[in-house]
Design a protein around this ligand. Structure first.
Ligand code: PCA
Length: 328
């Protein structure tokens, strides 16, 4: 009798010892991003983290590390793959050298409106999912940057005006544009762009209106924004598959649901912020202009040769995407 009571008491104590910490403990994920806390992508991601916290009753806490503070832009994917971070945001086209398909949305004038970007995403998604699964990763959501235009401190009327300029690149494709127009490509992540412009390490670059505002291009002598609407590169939030699988079913569902909401919200925000950012550039004396016929034709020629190069490197995966995209 005494023995039974003792055993019961011991068992109870044991189960308490195991139960208590797991009740009190929440799972903590780190989430590196390469963009400033006020950028619309980061605001969207912070809302995603909040939604997950709420839906799981605080069981899954995601800490967002913005502005490349935890890992540099080009290190984030490897960090999530290796489990140093459980979840993170990358710019897909930044990783084109690893696998061509990542760069499908970084090709000039292939998908150059929100509507086309959405169709390209649909065509790209199954191929991306396949590859990421092989890498132990899962795509949670993807949101485009606003259309990419050309910034310069001097007027640019044709590609010839870009010759020899120090051209900032954020991806293999933006480097390739520089090579094709005879500029000098320098890779600079967004978090270091303001400084690179201010010191003269960078003179020209293609990015969105919103990055021009984030990095205060107007304070660094940039005077012109040619609204070329050349492509809409996407950011993607990736989760380490093993970290995701370790969650209980309810938490997994909460993450997937919050991700779907973040994706829908992000696409809407991207459109909105493009308009407000252009207004801010203008207010700060950056002249927003349509590209000249010559500049447009020159850049379209650059785009056509880049598409051919890409198709030859991207093989069957690339063909699958472009065929699906062209089907409408
Ligand atoms: N801003 C990011 C990527 C594309 C964009 O619009 C950047 O300039 O790094």
């Amino acid at each position: 009798m005494l023995k039974t009571r003792l055993i019961n008491a011991t068992l109870a104590a044991c189960s308490m010892a195991f139960a208590l910490p797991s009740m009190a403990q929440s799972i903590k994920w780190d989430m590196p991003t390469a963009y400033p806390a006020t950028n619309f992508h980061t605001v969207n991601i912070s809302q995603f983290a909040k939604d997950v916290d709420q839906a799981t009753g605080g069981k899954l806490k995601i800490t967002v590390h913005s502005n490349a503070s935890l890992f540099k832009a080009n290190e984030i994917k490897r960090a999530v793959q290796g489990g140093q971070a459980q979840v993170g945001e990358i710019i897909l086209s930044g990783y084109q050298n690893e696998w061509q398909v990542f760069g499908a949305d970084g090709l000039p004038f292939v998908a150059d409106s929100y509507e086309e970007a959405e169709r390209l995403y649909k065509a790209q998604k199954p191929v991306l999912d396949r590859k990421l699964a092989e890498q132990g990763l899962k795509l949670l959501f993807s949101v485009p940057w606003p259309p990419q235009g050309l910034y310069s401190s001097k007027p640019v009327n044709s590609a010839a005006d870009l010759k020899g300029s120090k051209w900032r690149a954020y991806s293999p494709a933006t480097s390739r544009i520089a090579e094709l127009v005879g500029a000098q490509p320098v890779t600079v992540q967004a978090a270091e762009l303001a400084q690179a412009l201010a010191t003269g390490a960078v003179e020209t670059n293609m990015t969105s209106a919103v990055t021009g505002v984030d990095s205060k291009f107007f304070d660094a002598g940039v005077k012109f924004y040619y609204d070329m609407q050349a492509w809409l590169p996407k950011n993607a939030v990736l989760v380490n598959q093993a970290a995701f699988s370790a969650l209980d079913k309810a938490a997994q569902e909460a993450v997937v649901k919050a991700a779907a909401a973040a994706e829908a919200r992000g696409w809407q925000e991207s459109k909105k912020v493009n308009e407000s950012a252009k207004a801010t550039l203008q207010k700060n004396k950056i002249s927003i202009e349509a590209p000249s016929t010559q500049l447009k034709a020159d850049m379209q020629r650059v785009g056509s040769s880049m598409l051919l190069e890409w198709l030859s490197k991207a093989g069957a995966d690339g063909k699958e995407i472009i065929d699906a995209f062209n089907k409408k």
